[in-house]
Design a protein around this ligand. Sequence first.
Ligand code: IPE
Ligand code: IPE
Ligand code: MG
Length: 245
Amino acid sequence: MSLKEKLIKEKLPRHVAIIMDGNGRWARRMGANRIFGHQNGVTPVHEVVEASGELGIDYLTLYAFSTENWGRPMDEIEALMGLLVSTIKKETRKLVENNVKLRTIGDLSKLPDTPRRELIRLTEETAGNTGLTVILALSYSSRTELIQAAKNIVTDACNGKIKPEDMSCTLFEQYLETAGIPDPELLIRTSGEFRISNFLLYQLAYTELYFTQKFWPDFRKEDFYAALLDYQNRERRFGKISEQL
Ligand code: IPE
Ligand code: IPE
Ligand code: MG
């Protein structure tokens, strides 16, 4: 039986998040420039988007660029922004045809004009789609997201829109960029790093974590299925004991 056939549809996560890591080391290992690694990181994006759509997963969040990544050498940042634009342009038709909806989280105002415009265009163009939602985290920082939520909550409180006793998880979540999106049940990080790197700190509270040594450019559908299968074999207790489940 193939890995895909082993997956139980009813036990699939609704939302998978991925920290796509290891492009630079993948390229360096073959004596190439880091940018070559980023170029080869586009194929696995196709693979996981396609696989998620085929399996009927509702949300796929991809960590593509963190606020900390702005500290990288300028030529690498420019190459990443260029890749973003060319990928969006090439993929638009396929995404629209496949009923994929694009959303972004992160501070898009920090992005150069062209990628920002292309992202807004594609978000608007796919807004009515009802299939898989792909959430691109770009210029994203979870701490910034939480601080912004705090600012907006204080403002609303000062304006009398909310009272301290109104605050709850449900209300707080409405102030996050991920408002309306269920928390990821599964987080995948490639490249053998075991950290969260300022990604979805609130939303990952009870997420199952899956780490693989594979560098992102080598990640394929089979690796995605392997992660999902691993997830399906876990017992999610949420603080309870096995016998209660
Ligand atoms: C992930 O790969 C892509 C981005 C962070 C944009 P890296 O570029 O971090 O690759 P490594 O981790 O240096 O190998
Ligand atoms: C996290 O990867 C950000 C993305 C994958 C976009 P990094 O490679 O930037 O993270 P650190 O620096 O290893 O924590
Ligand atoms: Mg990295």
